[in-house]
Ligand binder design. Structure first.
Ligand code: JB2
Length: 220
């Protein structure tokens, strides 16, 4: 049985299209989205979601739906995702912010998954992992046992975190990057695509390469 009949995605860009597919894989039949840019309507339609207005119209759109629903902040960028998730929570409480998890993802029963989390196709979230509020575990990412992923962080496609690794809040682990077991990545930090973190990284830096070296204070 599906967790809801309708999903309302806040945001109608590329990430929302991926979230829409995952929502459908969970059996959610109706997918609406909100975006301030009406030019995304055609691309939304192609991805099987109906653009139902600008973001400020969320309360009105929610008010018209009588079936069980999920509201999801579907922005790739952490700041926007945090803003939208907090706004949705104020309107509806945490119960409507159920995580959207693609049916092909493997998620351990002992993992804890926070409100508003997205877990993409073929991602693996192993035993005793904590995925905190609003985080993204994107397509094919692997999060090994006992990792902690902080609020609104994004583990990009095919990134891999060894057992017990930790990521702070609002950070990005880039496409295909590797974080060795037990390594701690700070908050608002970016680990570049394909990088290998074998030492801890502090808050608010950007690091690239194998092994990863800090390139600059983070500009995001
Ligand atoms: O500042 C903003 C703003 N920035 C983008 N204010 C408001 N109100 N809306 C904003 N948006 C809207 O968010 C845009 O209209 C857009 O339709 C939507 C999503 O932004 P975008 O399409 O730029 O990216 P995304 O968040 O869907 O996806 C990014 O992150 C994913 C994880 C991309 O980098 C993807 O390639 C990536 N897979």
């Amino acid at each position: 049985m599906s967790v809801a009949e309708t999903a309302i995605l806040i945001g109608g860009g590329g990430h929302a299209a991926v979230v829409a597919d995952a929502a459908r894989s969970m059996g959610i039949g109706t997918i609406l989205c909100l975006d301030d840019d009406s030019r995304v309507a055609e691309a939304c339609e192609r991805a099987g979601m109906t653009l139902s207005g600008a973001i400020e119209e969320l309360p009105g759109v929610i008010g018209k739906i009588s079936q069980p629903m999920i509201v999801h902040a579907a922005a790739g960028g952490a700041r926007l995702r945090k803003k939208w998730l907090n706004e949705a929570q104020e309107l509806l409480g945490e119960a409507a912010l159920v995580a959207i998890i693609h049916a092909s993802a493997v998620v351990s029963p002992s993992a804890r998954i926070g409100a508003g989390v997205f877990i993409g196709p073929q991602a693996v979230v192993n035993a005793r992992v904590e995925i905190e509020r609003g985080a993204i575990i994107n397509s094919g990412a692997i999060v090994e046992h006992d990792c902690v992923i902080g609020p609104f962080s994004h583990i990009a496609p095919r990134a891999t975190l060894g057992g017990g690794a930790q990521v702070g809040s609002m950070s990005l682990i880039g496409i295909g990057a590797i974080v060795l077991p037990g390594i701690k990545i700070g908050s608002e930090t970016i680990l570049g695509a394909g990088a290998l973190a074998r030492e801890n990284l502090p808050d608010a830096v950007t690091a690239f390469g194998i092994p990863a070296r800090v390139a600059s204070p983070c500009q995001s």
